[in-house]
Design a protein around this ligand. Structure first.
Ligand SMILES: [Zn+2]
Length: 175
C-alpha cells in the first residue's frame, strides 16, 4: 500500500493539488466553526468528525470523497422536547474546472465551485451536508418519545367520535 498523507481538516482545500498528492484528511471540525448548523439546530451541535480522501477516478476526474458524523439537538415535533440526533453524511464532490464542466461530471459526483484561487470551502460544504440532513419533521423514536402514550389515547378518542353515541341512540328509543 502506498504511503498516504494524513492531514487535519483545513477550512479551505485545493482539490486539484490534494488529488495529485492523494491526500487523506481526518479530524474534527469544531462546533464554533459551524454557526449555520447551530442556527438550524435547537441550540446545540457537536464537533463533527470527518474523513475524506482526494484523488482521481479512472477517467482522471478529481474527486473528494468521504464521510462525517456529528450530533445536533432538535425539538421533537410530537412531544416538543429536545433530543440529540446523530447525523452521518457521505459525500463525493468533484470540482468544476476548465476541463471538467457540469456536463462532464458523472451524476454520482456532486459538482462544486472553486474560488479564483482554486480552493473550495470544504468546511462549509460539509456543514451544508449536515443542514440538509436535518429531518424536516424531527421526532424521537417511538420507543423513547414521551408523547407516545397520549398519542395513542388521542387516536382512540377520535375513533369514538366517529361512531354514533350509544346514549343518543337510547334517547331516540325512549321517544
Ligand atoms: Zn418526542
Amino acid at each position: 500500500m502506498r504511503a498516504m498523507q494524513l492531514v487535519k481538516i483545513p477550512l479551505t482545500l485545493d482539490p486539484i493539488k490534494s488529488a495529485k498528492m492523494k491526500s487523506i484528511y481526518s479530524g474534527g471540525i469544531e462546533s464554533s466553526q459551524l454557526p449555520r448548523l447551530l442556527e438550524a439546530s435547537a441550540g446545540f451541535c457537536s464537533d463533527i468528525q470527518v474523513q475524506f480522501s482526494c484523488g482521481n477516478d479512472e477517467f482522471g476526474t478529481v474527486i473528494v470523497k468521504g464521510h462525517a458524523q456529528g450530533e445536533v439537538s432538535l425539538v421533537c415535533q410530537r412531544c416538543m422536547k429536545e433530543f440529540i440526533q446523530k447525523i452521518s453524511v457521505e459525500f463525493c464532490y468533484s470540482p468544476l474546472t476548465a476541463k471538467s464542466t457540469e456536463e462532464d461530471i458523472p451524476d454520482t459526483y456532486e459538482p462544486i465551485d472553486m474560488d479564483e484561487t482554486g480552493h473550495v470551502e470544504i468546511v462549509k460544504l460539509i456543514e451544508d451536508e449536515f443542514i440538509v440532513s436535518i429531518p424536516f419533521f424531527p421526532m424521537h423514536d417511538v420507543d423513547t418519545c414521551s408523547k407516545e402514550q397520549d398519542f395513542t389515547l388521542g387516536d382512540i378518542d377520535d375513533g369514538v367520535e366517529e361512531r354514533p353515541n350509544p346514549f343518543a341512540v337510547l334517547q331516540n328509543l325512549k321517544k
